[in-house]
Design a protein around this ligand. Sequence first.
Ligand code: MN
Length: 326
Amino acid sequence: MTEPLHVEQAAAKLRDADNILILCHKNPDGDTIGCGSALYDALASLGKTAAVLCADPIPRRFRYTQPRLFRGEFEPSLVVAVDVAGLQLFGDTGLMPAYSRRVDLCIDHHAGNNGYAQYTLLDAGAAATAELLCEVIEAMGVEIDPHMADCLYTGLATDTGCFRFANTTAKTHRIAARLIEAGARVEELNTILFATKTRGQMEAERMARSHLEYALDGSCAIIWLDRDEIEASQADPSDLEELTALPIGIEGVKIGLTFRQQPSGSWRVSIRTVKGVDAVAVARRLGGGGHLRAAGCELLGTLDNAKSAVLAEAKAVLEDTSCRES
Ligand SMILES: [Mn+2]
């Protein structure tokens, strides 16, 4: 069982420690990387030795966060995880397995966090771990400098889809305002994060759009990319995540499905839904999971079989939804 902490207690643990290792989740996003980099800076400003460890490379678009990466140069006395909801999300490459089983402190905002750390600071109402970490850093007595502000803003902006998703609260905006006052480069960051695509990403999008099809009387839209196309696009795997916003963005569509073939040949399915339609319910009986409006699963076999299996679940969920509405 993990022991829950509040912000001041988590800040005290960090202030009292030295040789601190910060762990991010695999397939790193802007929140985990932004938090890792900002926490490193905050600890370094207090004269502490610290470093960041992630099982996967840092995506190019986040390279400005410049996390100081761990290469085994010190023996950690405190291991802190940021934005990691469960042990399975650490990944198992490189040095990670040696540390992911002994996490002392977890700072997170996922309601499903399974309490793997000795101590946990969890606020499921926070839009991003960055929202929570901003308060922890201030409670540590550290003044947020412009680079920390950039990193924390990256976490807030990416987890809220640039302050558009339902998780965005008045507090999210108040924290963002503090970060802007501390020097976050809002225009530059939003251009990098939301208005720029790599050529690989554009190429993948072109191919995925060419496969667009509708099902279930137009209430469902599907795009897909097979392995050959993904490789031909030369897109970074993390760049393909944005494709999942395309089918659900079409007027009248209630369930958007994106099928991506994995190196093993299986199909990774991303399920996005409009408000009132439960994405997890579509994924659950296929062995997947996720959030209310964004879920996923992975299926073996041919694309046609995978599509039929998901569409059968989607149909059941839509029928169930319309029953409840009428
Ligand atoms: Mn997050």
